[in-house]
Write a protein that binds this ligand. Structure first.
Ligand SMILES: Cc1ncc(COP(=O)(O)O)c(C=O)c1O
Length: 338
């Protein structure tokens, strides 16, 4: 019986076409700026999102944490949603690397509004307070069930940032999902941000890599920080080739993952012990369980049928659709749960 992997979209394996592209990639030493495939990936993504420059990184965490360090100084404050990945899942990097504190705000479905941000900016004239320096948003919001920001909301947040001299960073680990779901252009989604990270190894199915985007000055500084953190790499073109292949072949198909997530939500609503399932906007399906069940017990009972999902909070379970979860897999899942 095939294991149906729904814990995360990071479990995908490179396709044969992707592996071929990786093997054929021309490479050089990227620390010297001489890997042609890395350079191609960076130039292509910068142009795609309408930014001046880009830097290929080993992970989304690295791209976010470098992007954040570009903006902050010790003692500053970073404003983000209280379940933001940069806050709860990046090993305390904002404190450890940037020496900044965090102002976590309870938003809705992982998102913040301009009004909520405005209410949490510290008075820069009050010496008791840290200096609010940076706002971080997440699109799509992972713990928000893959929810998408509206462009209008992002623009309003940008206005508040401008009025209060705050920088704005985006954790775009699943920005391609937001782009396809909302039928947005990449420029429209990126325009308001000073820096943003986008991930190639989640929905897009590459084995490794995220890219930090921003102005030429921001990326110049980011390269210094990446080197300092040991993230300068050599023939990384082998990995960049997988990213280029994913950009060519795996963006439009994200609509299939979203459609399967909606179908999965319908199936899961009928499963015993499931109290509610939010209607998915993208590829993330969040289940709320009846009080009588723990996420661990629920996930174990599905695992016995070779269906893997992730405990995601006191009564929550997460399932994510992706490149390696096919229509046949969806049908099999329905059969196994019947
Ligand atoms: C919203 C979000 N941001 C950032 C990351 C970090 O990516 P990585 O695992 O490549 O460090 C993840 C990983 O799942 C994520 O879901």
């Amino acid at each position: 019986m095939k294991t149906l992997e729904l814990r995360s979209d990071t479990f995908t394996r490179p396709t044969p076409g992707m592996l071929q592209a990786m093997m054929a990639a021309p490479v050089g030493d990227d620390v010297f700026g001489e890997d042609p495939t890395v350079n191609q990936l960076e130039e292509r993504l910068a142009a795609y999102f309408g930014k001046e420059a880009a830097m290929f990184c080993a992970s989304g965490t690295m791209a976010n944490q470098i992007g954040i360090q570009v903006h902050i100084r010790q003692g500053d404050e970073v404003i983000c949603e209280r379940e933001a990945h940069v806050y709860i899942y990046e090993g305390g990097g904002i404190a450890a690397f940037g020496g900044a504190s965090i102002r976590p705000i309870a938003g809705q479905r992982g998102q913040l509004t301009a009004t909520e941000i405005l209410a949490n900016i510290s008075d820069p004239h009050n010496v008791h307070l840290p200096i609010s320096r940076l706002v971080c948003l997440e699109n799509t919001a992972n713990r928000g069930g893959g929810s998408c920001y509206s462009i209008e909301n992002i623009r309003e947040i940008r206005q508040v940032c401008d009025q209060h001299q705050l920088a704005l960073h985006l954790d775009g680990a699943r920005l391609f999902n937001a782009m396809v779901a909302g039928n947005h252009t990449p420029e429209a989604l990126a325009a308001s941000f000073d820096t943003l990270s986008v991930c190639l190894s989640k929905g897009l199915g590459a084995p490794v890599g995220s890219v930090l985007l921003g102005s030429r000055d921001h990326i110049r500084l980011a390269r210094r920080i990446r080197k300092r953190m040991g993230g300068g790499w050599r023939q990384a073109g082998i990995l960049a080739a997988a990213g280029l292949y994913a950009l060519d072949n795996h963006i439009e198909r994200l609509a299939e993952d979203h459609q399967r997530a909606r179908a999965l939500a319908t199936i899961m609503r009928a499963v015993a012990g499931v109290k509610a399932v939010e209607e998915p906007e993208t590829n993330i399906v969040l289940l709320e369980l009846e009080a009588s069940l723990t996420p661990a017990t629920f996930c174990a009972s599905l695992a016995a049928k070779q269906i893997l999902c992730l405990p995601f909070g006191p009564q929550k379970v997460r399932m994510i659709t992706h490149l390696d979860f096919t229509e046949q897999d969806l049908n099999d899942l329905q059969e196994r749960l019947r």
